[in-house]
Design a protein around this ligand. Structure first.
Ligand SMILES: [Zn+2]
Length: 425
């Protein structure tokens, strides 16, 4: 710790800490990746792979070395439930808007028809009405825990002849990705549902597919120790589309982190910013489907995991009004102290929080394989998350520049062996 701190302050004295990140470049990356052109970087219309090609094109422009033999791409395949076609829901003949009024569960299968709605709530769940061939609206408001999660889970599993389910959502709709199909469930905002719902017409087309996606890997070789690596990662996939018209753009999650990673690549390709250790950049796919790209990578690494000195994963880089949280900050205390000291010294962010281990982004499987890793995400500002409102035009990138300065300064410290002087530039 002490040695590292001395090295840190020596470095701060020896170098001008520039915030030479390119905001215009970051903004253009976010705008591009979150645009309709990439269809939410999911599975409908192959949005994910087209976004991957765009990122590989940026790596090429920056002249990064190809990270998987002769290629930037590392392909892998996984099952995923997709919604490539019809998506319509009407209650009492009133048509609802997908994404705004409702979402379907990620594991929803195809379903088509007009059905009666039977409501089950705290007043009647002990003497169940007949649900056969009906859509069951499970209303848990005011349940005081009497109609608990176990009841609901068992009820859905048993189905009792029901064709599908409606869940009422009070606050917001949050979508995900699933690798299976199970019971049809439609989540509807309370404000979007009539007070006495009786009939529902549904036409949902779902397709369980095997999707071949790619991790994108590029490298800046180190000047002195090219076999040792700092690794900067961000997932570029998002949720894609729910039907032919409804896009989940994922501007914050994680076009913003991809922009941060590309900005780092741009910065470190400048000859004046070259580092003794190599820096690898990995844009992961399959994160939203369960950290699948990073898991695949740790099972089939193109860079030996033992050669990774440190891995920094960035996700949700779009705000920062309330600072950042560092997942694994309380696992790697010395490294957290470096980031925290840098932040104090450079007056960058209001707060740097720390957490322990968490299975919540692509750093996770690296940590499990003993690669020291941090996952940083920004806090504060807007709340759009996994919904149709996570768009680039309202993503402020409030502290993007400060977070960039903080993280690249951290990388600069970690990419220099502690016992050698910083090379003269
Ligand atoms: Zn994410």
């Amino acid at each position: 710790m002490r040695l590292q701190l001395i090295a840190l302050f020596a470095l701060l004295l020896a170098t001008k800490i520039s915030s030479a990140q390119d905001t215009a470049y970051a903004r253009s990356i976010v705008n591009t990746l979150a645009s309709d052109q990439y269809n939410g970087r999911g599975y409908v219309l192959n949005g994910c792979n087209r976004a991957g090609e765009f990122i590989a094109g940026e790596f090429e422009k920056l002249q990064l070395k190809k990270g998987n033999g002769e290629s930037y791409f590392q392909p892998f395949t996984f099952p995923v439930n997709t919604f490539p076609g019809k998506m319509s829901v009407a209650i009492n003949k009133h048509t609802l808007t997908p994404g705004a009024d409702y979402i379907v569960s990620a594991s929803c299968p195809s379903i088509k028809g007009t059905f009666s709605i039977v409501t089950i709530n705290t007043s009647n769940f002990k003497s169940l009405p007949s649900v056969s061939n009906k859509i069951v609206l499970l209303d848990t408001l005011g349940s005081n825990g009497t109609m608990d999660k176990t009841f609901i889970k068992n009820f859905i599993n048993d189905k009792n002849g029901a064709r599908g389910f409606i869940f009422i959502e009070e606050k917001k709709l949050t979508w995900t990705v699933a690798d299976v199909q199970s019971a049809p469930i439609i989540h509807i905002l309370r404000n979007s549902i009539p007070s006495i719902p009786t009939k529902i017409s549904i036409n949902i087309k779902a397709e369980l597919i095997n999707y071949k996606a790619n991790n994108i890997i590029g490298i800046i070789p180190g000047t002195l120790y090219p076999d040792s690596f700092l690794v900067i990662t961000a997932h570029y996939d998002h949720l894609g589309m729910m039907g032919k018209k409804t896009i989940f753009p994922g501007a914050n999650d994680n076009a913003s982190g991809t922009a941060m990673m590309l900005n780092m690549a741009k910065y470190f390709t400048n000859i004046n910013h070259s580092l003794p250790y190599s820096v690898a950049f990995i844009a992961f796919a399959g994160e939203e489907a369960g950290l699948l790209g990073s898991y695949y990578y740790t099972e089939s690494p193109t860079i030996p995991l033992a050669k990774m000195k440190f891995l920094l994963n960035v996700d949700l880089m779009g705000t920062g009004d309330e600072g950042i949280t560092v997942v694994n900050g309380s696992v790697y205390e010395n490294d957290f102290n470096i980031i925290d000291s840098l932040n104090t010294k450079l007056h960058l962010l209001p707060k740097i929080g720390k957490r322990g281990k968490a299975h919540n982004s692509d750093h996770y499987y690296f940590t499990e394989k003993n690669v020291p890793s941090f996952f940083c995400y920004t806090l504060g500002g807007r709340t759009a998350y996994h919904d149709i409102y996570d768009i680039s035009s309202t993503l402020p990138l409030t502290k993007f520049s400060e977070v960039f300065t903080l993280l690249k300064s951290f990388i600069e410290i970690k990419a220099i062996p502690i016992n050698i002087p910083r090379p003269i530039k």
